[in-house]
Design a protein around this ligand. Structure first.
Ligand code: C30
Length: 287
């Protein structure tokens, strides 16, 4: 393993097969897959956790822009590590971040260069070390906390700064609407984290954040790369981040619930992401 401030967190994976040259997040366009897993100290699924929050961010260096796509956890897709079409969140249980990255690469035919994976505990630590994030709570809610204690978190409707536990409840709740709206809330959360992390003065907090998360977070990004690209995606006007949505519909196959992605929406998203990464035929190796 390379020398890194993350210590426990740094986990290099094989470079994407869809890249012919090494990517440098300080110079090139690149992508990061954010993986939130349904694991905590209490649950401790020991590697069999599922990726219940899955978001793909693409970064374009010339525009200094970010596109953030939420991929519904029940999406019915081909999972190469299992060799079958099934729920996307099972890829993580089958083969961790690498299997999840491979699945997303297959779905959109783009390279997934990096991942950041965290469980409930790391997520709370990140939000708390940023002194909370601002979100718009759509309705009053009573939700469980990270220890699965029922009704432990109460949030009023409206725009507010929430702490780590509250942000987790906001990112997990779905009973009053659906997993799709939950995915939109997760995009809002990640955008709020990035906004706060790129705000003036936040850089000094990073070391603390990274020490706090320990092995509750794993990533193949180096600390210096995170610090560097956060600066490079931020312009004087702040963060240019557009959220992207995948269309689909509820579907039951052999008695199991899936989210059937709309083919046109997948095709359009593929083109959007490929063009945002400025991929020519040369960079996409297996076409
Ligand atoms: C690198 C940069 C740019 C910056 C540095 C800062 C960093 C490192 C930022 C990264 C931030 C990341 C990685 C964010 C990840 C994305 C987010 C937003 C993650 C959210 C939190 C997280 C870690 C995981 C969330 C997982 C989710 C969405 C759900 C798991 C329901 C069951 C059966 C019931 C159960 C019920 C609820 C809440 N639960 O939670 O409870 O397992 O949800 O829907 O599976 O369960 O249904 O009926 O038993 O009680 O209703 P869950 P479920």
């Amino acid at each position: 393993k390379a020398q890194n401030v993350f210590n426990d967190s740094y986990d290099p994976v094989e470079a994407s097969a869809k890249r012919s040259e090494t990517v440098d997040p300080l110079k090139d366009n690149f992508s990061i897959l954010f993986i939130g897993i349904d694991d905590s100290d209490e649950r401790n699924y020991k590697g069999n956790s599922r990726s219940d929050a899955l978001m793909l961010a693409t970064f374009n260096k010339d525009q200094k822009s970010i596109k953030l796509l939420s991929i519904p956890r029940d999406s019915y897709v081909y999972v190469p590590a299992k060799g079958v079409t099934t729920k996307i969140n099972s890829a993580h249980a089958a083969g961790g971040p690498k299997a999840t990255m491979d699945t997303v690469e297959e779905l959109f035919d783009i390279p997934v260069d990096y991942y950041v994976r965290m469980n409930f505990n790391a997520f709370i630590d990140v939000v708390d070390s940023l002194d909370g994030i601002e979100v718009d709570v759509p309705y009053e809610m009573n939700e469980m906390d990270s220890h699965d204690k029922k009704n432990a978190i109460h949030l009023e409707e409206g725009l507010q700064t929430v702490n780590g536990e509250e942000a987790l409840a906001f990112a997990r709740t779905r009973k009053k609407d659906s997993d799709i709206q939950r995915g939109e809330r997760q995009q809002e959360v990640l955008k709020a984290i990035m906004t706060k992390a790129t705000s003036v003065g936040a850089l000094t907090k990073y070391t603390g954040v990274m020490e706090a998360v320990g092995d509750n977070m794993t990533t193949n990004l180096q600390f210096s790369q995170i610090k560097g690209f956060i600066k490079y995606v931020t312009s004087d006007n702040g963060l240019d981040l557009e959220t992207v949505k995948l269309e689909g519909q509820d579907s039951t196959i052999s008695g199991t619930y899936y989210y059937q992605l709309n083919e046109t929406s997948v095709a359009n998203t593929k083109l959007l992401l490929q063009s945002h990464l400025n991929l020519g035929p040369k960079e996409v190796s297996n076409q």
